[in-house]
Design a binder for this molecule. Structure first.
Ligand SMILES: C[S@@+](CC[C@H](N)C(=O)[O-])C[C@H]1O[C@@H](n2cnc3c(N)ncnc32)[C@H](O)[C@@H]1O
Length: 283
């Protein structure tokens, strides 16, 4: 079953990574790399069979698909996203996987019907794109049943992807992807992962448990080179506008191959942005 509601005109539209098909593919590639980390977070938080879970900011549906596996056929997943178009991809993927207990709703997560209660509420890389993360957590809390689980995962992009041993190209990528904080739109919280601990408490939730992980890999088949290049591709229009980054200098179409060559020929490993998970149980 699928559900769609009309979007309200006041909804924020500050998603700096854009709304293109390329961004949808980037989200799926991102999940290929970070999915196991997210699964470990949800398992540590206690999400399991039979639970009703809300996925905030579902995007292309990767987290909802992961949750469907964890809660199984007796549980259910509701995914919400501001972007009605990307939810069509999420629905198609859920249908293809055969899950009948996963539904999506195009809406602002602030505007969920209050009567709906969940055993767990989760979100990955959504608070960093939200104008008021504490306000969003506060508005979600009443939708949790007593003793329910709240688990969010966000990165700290102020520690950007890097190669070891360092290289000229990886230093450039760090510089391109981490502009002067003054130049980044205020709506994007580059270090949201590290702010989760305080955000939970400011929203009236218990102090969360935390875990930090970062993907690291090397060799010709490591997907990190493509992930970094596709992320920069999605950010390019914003970086060009805000920081004057010159696309001719970046050469985005060959960046993944140049990073691969750089790593393989130099015996380097690439570390991707760290991700911080925070979870708590309400009383
Ligand atoms: C970086 S994507 C992450 C998608 C997905 N959680 C994942 O990990 O692949 C963030 C998504 O959050 C959505 N979003 C941002 N603020 C939202 C809000 N207030 N309510 C619902 N969705 C929101 C955006 O439209 C976008 O699709």
């Amino acid at each position: 079953m699928t559900q769609t509601t009309s979007l309200k005109p006041h909804l924020p539209t500050s998603y700096v990574l854009g709304r293109s098909d390329a961004e949808t593919r980037r989200l799926m590639l991102q999940h290929q790399i970070y999915g196991p980390i997210t699964r470990r977070l949800f398992e540590a938080a206690g999400i399991g069979a039979g639970m009703r879970v809300l996925d905030v900011g579902s995007g292309a549906g990767d987290v909802a698909l992961l949750l469907a596996e964890l809660v199984g056929p007796r549980g259910s997943v509701v995914g919400v996203d501001l972007n009605a178009t990307i939810l069509n991809t999420a629905r198609a993927r859920v249908d293809a996987a055969g899950w009948q207990n996963v539904t999506f709703r195009a809406c602002d997560a602030h505007d969920l019907p209050p009567e709906q209660q969940f055993d767990a509420i989760v979100g990955r890389w959504v608070l960093m794109h939200t104008p008021d993360p504490v306000g969003l957590l506060r508005s979600l809390a009443p939708r949790l049943r007593p003793g329910g689980i709240i688990a969010f995962q966000d990165s700290d992009f102020t520690y950007p992807p890097r190669m070891y041993p360092p290289s000229e190209l990886s230093a450039k990528v760090q510089r391109w992807g981490l502009p002067d904080p003054e130049a980044v739109p205020a709506a994007v919280r580059m270090n949201m992962g590290m702010r989760l601990f305080s955000a939970f408490q400011e929203a009236g939730l218990p102090a969360p448990e935390l875990r930090l992980e970062a993907p690291v890999g090397g060799g010709a088949d490591w997907p990190g080179y493509g992930y970094v290049a596709e992320t920069l591709r999605s950010l390019l229009p914003m970086l060009e506008r805000m920081t004057g980054l010159d696309p001719d200098e970046v050469q985005i179409d060959t960046l993944a191959d140049r990073l691969r060559e750089d790593a393989v020929s130099g015996g380097r490993v690439q570390m991707l942005p760290m991700v911080i998970g925070a979870w708590a149980r309400t009383s």
